[in-house]
Each structure stands twice: as C-alpha cells, then as structure tokens.
Design a protein around this ligand. Structure first.
Ligand SMILES: [Zn+2]
Ligand SMILES: [Zn+2]
Length: 304
C-alpha cells in the first residue's frame, strides 16, 4: 500500500510568502490522515488534491491557534462540497468546545457526521492494519505527539508450498496469503506454513510543538520517518528552550538516539528565509535529514 506524506503548512506562528501554518497529511491508500490544521491550510489541501469526501481523520496536537484555526474553514469547505462521509477529529480536551462554539458563533452546519474524540495518552486509533498512538509532548500547553504504526504484514507467499500440501488454488490460497489460517481436509493449515517470515510495517512519527526528551526518544524509536518541531537554529537555542520548542539540531539528536531512518524538519520560525542552514545543523547529528517545504511530497516505502 502506498504511503506518502504531504506537507500542507511548514511555518510556526507567522506564515511567510512561501510557508503556511502547520499542517501535515499522511495519505495511506485511500485514507487521508491530517495532523494539525493551521489557518489557511485548506488552500494547500485543495492544491494537493487530497479530496473532500475521502475517509479522513484529523489529529490536533494542541490548542495553539496556528495548529487548529484552519479546522473551521476546512470543515466548512467540506460541507460546501457536500461531503457525506463521517469525519473523525482527535485532540486534547478543548477541541470539542472549540469546534462546537465556533460552529454556533459562525452559524454553520455540516453535511456529514462529525465525531470529536478527546484523547489521552496511548492508542487512540485502532484499524485492522495500523494503530495511532498519542504521547504527551513537552510544550507550553498540553500537546500530543502522534505515531502511526502499521501492523506486520504476512510474509511472501510460496505457491509451491501450498501445492505440496494439496491445497487448491483460489479462496484458500487467498486466505493463507493474507495471514489467515484455514481448515483443509480436517487439519488446520497456518499461513506461516506457506509464507516466508513476516514483513515489518512502517512507523511514522509527528512531534507537534515540543522540546526533546527521553520519553519522546522511546516513543519515536525506529520510526521510518519522523516529522519534528524545528522552530529555531542554534543561533536561537535559548529561545527554543524558553518557548518550549526545539532547534533543528536538537530534533536531529533525538532522531539519532531513536534510530530514526529519515528526519523531516518543519514548523520553521518566520525569521529563517532559507532553512538550509537548519538542515545543515541537523545533518551534523543525523545522516538523513530534509527540511520540509509546503506541498512537498515524501513517499515512505516499506522497510527492507
Ligand atoms: Zn506551533
Ligand atoms: Zn504551540
């Protein structure tokens, strides 16, 4: 299944002419998972062609305006486009009040069922082939980091092994291929008897606004892709600590310790016209770093 990350907004606090406020989408097969919805993110959402009527979940990391105000416009646009598929929103306590009060104040209704889920640390989404976990980050207000973890997939199917057991091609093969056990001629045949070793799924982490700490190193352990708060460069290290954000180099230090394969820096302060310097500082600590840009797409392959 194809999985790609699309950056819909990579600025912190103040947008620039080239960077919108925080929002990142993971497009996994036919599903769209959106992490944060800063003001104006819907322009890039439309530009990226993510679709208003798809199976969608929206995760809000925290209730700072540059991460959640865009949700209102997105919901409204989806309604104007006659969305009818239910939409799930996840976030900290105030997200429910925020959506409800604003819908009243701004007099808008929705064409689709909206479910707002107030989350706690732990597994917040459980689908048949992946989970999403939340973990408290370290910011000036309650903030959640998120991790998408795909389940292991069944190993490579060996038709000759199934043939050897006399199992006829068709539905039974299909079940075995997909990791199920079958009953054949009075005996249980396990998928493992006709497939190779299980194959790993992908793990994608999203930090939200945060400092780095040991608990997050653990939370993001072995991520194939980690998207991390990199508001500042080393020139404003003190500001990063004071405002409860991270520098690009701090993000990369965490990524190294967590054995992350690829690190993407995002949430850049408007003071940096060119974020190459941040990527360079991070590269000193991690071998595979890129700086996100609005509308950049990163495909995440299955781990080898
Ligand atoms: Zn922020
Ligand atoms: Zn914040």
């Amino acid at each position: 299944m194809q999985l790609k990350v699309v950056f819909l907004g990579t600025a912190s606090a103040i947008p620039t002419s080239t960077r919108g406020l925080s929002s990142t989408a993971i497009v996994r097969g036919n599903e769209v998972l959106i992490f944060d919805a800063g003001e104006g993110m819907q322009r890039n959402f439309i530009e990226a062609g993510l679709g208003s009527n798809k199976k969608t979940k929206i995760f809000i990391t925290h209730m700072h305006s540059d991460h959640c105000i865009g949700l209102l416009g997105l919901l409204q646009t989806m309604s104007l486009q006659n969305r009818d598929v239910p939409l799930q929103v996840y976030g900290p306590e105030l997200i429910g009040d925020f959506v409800e009060s604003n819908m009243k104040l701004l007099h808008f209704g929705l064409t689709f069922p909206l479910n707002v889920n107030i989350i706690k640390e732990g597994i917040v989404v459980e689908e048949s082939d992946y989970i999403i976990r939340a973990k408290l980050a370290e910011h000036s207000v309650k903030t959640y980091s998120y991790c998408l973890e795909e389940h292991e997939r069944p190993g490579t199917f060996y038709p000759e092994k199934a043939q050897k057991l006399g199992i006829p091609k068709g539905g039974l093969w299909h079940k075995l291929q997909h990791g199920e056990q079958i009953e054949f001629k009075g005996r249980i045949v396990r998928s493992e008897e006709v497939t190779g070793p299980k194959r790993k799924g992908r793990k994608i982490g999203i930090s939200g606004d945060t400092r780095v700490n040991d608990e997050l190193v653990e939370f993001f352990k072995d991520c194939d892709l980690l998207i991390f708060d990199s508001t500042y460069g080393e020139d404003h290290k003190d500001k990063a600590a004071e405002n409860m954000h991270s520098t690009a180099k701090e993000a990369a230090t965490l990524a190294s310790r967590a054995n992350v394969k690829k690190l993407v820096l995002t949430h850049f302060s408007a003071r940096y016209d060119d974020v190459k310097v941040l990527a360079k500082e991070a590269s000193e600590m991690h071998p595979n770093v890129v700086a996100a840009e609005d509308l950049v797409v990163i495909e995440v392959p299955y781990p080898q």
